[in-house]
Design a protein around this ligand. Structure first.
Ligand code: MG
Length: 392
């Protein structure tokens, strides 16, 4: 039977807080709730979870865990960490034969890290999460002068959980409880008994929240994890199109008919602006271009209303969990003047993209009579669109 002791009796002084740091929210949930949940969700602790916290925080921690639907025994801690762990061990189920001791301020611990320590403790009596060091460590004297440089390969940074057979860790604490000797972690007490301590693979993300910078780092890790398998939520795409101006055709731009002596030539209604926009949207989702989805050799699209094709593109995005964020369209056109139609274009495009009007921008520019647009031979358009994943 496995039990856990989560120690959360520290003050938040290094965090610049005037309260216990484990009570502070991290991405919407108190740190202690996240830590206890990390243990509870493993389903590995049939012997229960004991949380040790400052006497003045017991009621708050109980209320927070209760509100989160988490079941744990909350007991007041002692004058230092070692005493707090001892009190936690005393509150553990007597039937538990393996006990994991964990810092309440390490909410990012994963199931794998916890499970490895349990497995090792069951096999060898101990399992302590640890990671290799990235930095070279120097031993210094009282004046800050380097004494020596221990080989990095032989060094590990030790985390929690520190998991032991219940008999071993209870004995280690009992031996040192009244001796006055103090240890910075539980493994040290076991080492002093001459018992081998086995390390297991920890996780660099299993950080102990100590400073305000640690909180920022933890937020980033949680955001990434909660984003699941799709780390990129926002995507961007660009589209470009040109159509020739000819007589005998309507001029349709952004789904709006603009009175003019010429119109754009094309297989569909030749709405150059919506074509560029569709390519931007398809590009953002990595779905190719409109030529692939609506081939101009397909009679089904002869004279097609491009706004209907845009609806189809939006549906394609929705089917993949994307919604349109915003779009910016630049029409390059010497004649006619488009300013009187811009608002109608924005409204039309927003309605088809299923977004508010302030998510759509349409602008028109001339080329100072330079090039094919300037000579009135055709109209070109650039579009940029942002799409967002709204579901995993
Ligand atoms: Mg086109």
């Amino acid at each position: 039977m496995n039990a856990a002791v989560i120690v959360a009796a520290g003050r938040g002084t290094r965090m610049g807080l005037d309260r216990n740091k484990v009570l502070t929210p991290l991405c919407g949930q108190p740190v202690i709730v996240r830590t206890v949940r990390a243990f509870a969700d493993t389903g590995l602790f049939d012997g229960g979870i004991v949380v040790v916290t400052g006497a003045c925080d017991v009621a708050d921690v109980r209320a927070m865990l209760g509100q989160a639907g988490l079941c744990a025994t909350v007991v007041p801690g002692g004058a230092d960490r070692q005493q707090s762990v001892s009190l936690g061990l005393a509150a553990c189920d007597a039937q538990a034969d393996v006990i994991a001791i964990h810092d309440g301020a390490r909410p990012l611990v994963t199931r794998d890290v916890i499970a490895r320590t349990l497995e090792s403790a069951r096999e060898t009596g101990s399992g302590v999460a640890a990671v290799a060091l990235k930095d070279t460590i120097k031993r210094v004297d009282a004046h800050g002068v380097v004494v020596d440089t221990p080989p990095r390969d032989a060094l590990r940074a030790v985390q929690t959980p520190q998991t032991f057979s219940a008999a071993l860790i209870r004995q280690a604490h009992a031996l040192y409880a009244d001796s006055g000797a103090r240890a910075t972690d539980d493994a040290m007490l076991v080492e002093r008994m001459g018992h081998a301590v086995r390390l297991t693979q920890g996780d660099v993300e299993n950080i102990k929240l100590t400073t305000p910078e640690d909180m920022l780092l933890a937020q980033q890790v949680i955001l990434r994890r909660e984003d699941g398998k799709e780390p990129m939520r926002m995507r961007i795409g660009h589209g470009y199109d040109v159509h020739r101006l000819v007589e005998g055709r309507k001029l349709i731009l952004c789904g709006v008919e603009v009175p003019h002596t010429l119109g754009l030539l094309g297989h569909s209604d030749a709405d150059v602006a919506l074509h560029a926009l569709m390519d931007a949207l398809l590009g953002a989702a990595a779905l190719g271009d409109i030529g692939r989805h609506f081939p101009d050799t397909d009679p089904a699209y002869a004279g097609a209303d491009s706004a209907r094709l845009l609806d189809h593109v939006v549906a394609l995005l929705q089917a993949r969990g994307y919604a349109v964020g915003n779009a910016d369209i630049t029409i390059i056109c010497q004649r006619p003047k488009l300013k009187d139609y811009i608002e109608a274009m924005r409204k039309t495009v927003a309605a088809h993209l299923l977004v508010d009007e302030d998510c759509v921008n349409v602008k028109a520019t001339t080329t100072e009579k330079l090039g094919f647009e300037g000579e009135g031979l055709g109209i070109s358009c650039h579009a940029v669109a942002c799409i967002e994943r709204r579901q995993p």
